[in-house]
Ligand binder design. Structure first.
Ligand code: CA
Length: 223
């Protein structure tokens, strides 16, 4: 696992580097956003730890640049009492943040949690699919917006997202999402797929990523 650390204060960077490397993460440190962008061109990092206050481009702008081509998990380092930074960070899709001063071990733990969460389900890059699945929080974002899903809609979409392109039969979906619930019939899946589609269409009227395979079931087509 390769981590990109962007922090202009060497003292902070040193302790973070030490903690991440001690956890077995191959970590590269950059002092500026410009340096980080060049570095990210060269190596496909698995996660970035970004300071918000950088001397050239700010951490938020850097995050957007780094994510232009692919879905890179990001943890922000925010200043103490900078509530606005934390809110903005989460709004632009940060996976987590830690507030300075922080313990390097705490950061290493957050890194591990985010990587596990991201690696758990095989979700393709956001730029292709538009979906970001937070399995732990049971939330799915689509094209940068949080989807307001019912429990069943969430279950269906999560199941489809786990195997993009694969056709899942109604019985498989029923089994995955409803389990042993008794109030389920053949039309149940269809009904919830319909409302799920409507919610996706609200955000992306130009595409319909859920495909119906007559007599077979449904698949999620990405890209
Ligand atoms: Ca700084």
């Amino acid at each position: 696992m390769r981590i990109l650390l962007v922090e202009d204060e060497s003292a902070i960077a040193d302790t973070v580097l030490y903690a991440l490397r001690a956890e077995g993460f191959e970590t590269t440190h950059c002092l500026t956003g410009g340096e980080a962008l060049r570095e990210a061109q060269r190596v496909a990092y698995d996660l970035a730890v970004l300071d918000i206050g950088l001397p050239d481009i700010g951490g938020f702008a850097l995050c957007r640049e780094l994510r232009r081509d692919r879905d890179l998990p990001v943890i922000f380092l925010t200043a103490q009492n900078a509530e606005a930074d934390r809110i903005l960070g989460l709004e632009i899709g940060a996976d987590d943040y830690v507030t300075k001063p922080f313990s390097p071990r705490e950061l290493a733990t957050r890194v591990r949690v985010v990587l596990r969460r991201k690696g758990g389900a095989n979700i393709p890059a956001e730029s292709e699919a538009g979906f970001v699945h937070d399995g732990e929080g049971k939330r799915i974002r689509y094209r940068g917006q949080a989807l307001d899903l019912t429990r069943y809609e969430y279950g269906l979409l999560a199941a489809l997202l786990q195997r993009p392109g694969a056709v899942l039969s109604r019985a498989q979906l029923m089994d995955r999402v409803w389990g042993d619930a008794l109030d389920s019939g053949d039309r149940t899946v269809d009904t919830h797929i319909k409302t799920l589609r409507a919610k996706l269409r609200e955000i992306g009227p130009d595409s319909d990523p859920i495909r119906t395979h007559r007599g077979l079931g449904y698949s999620l087509e990405l890209g």
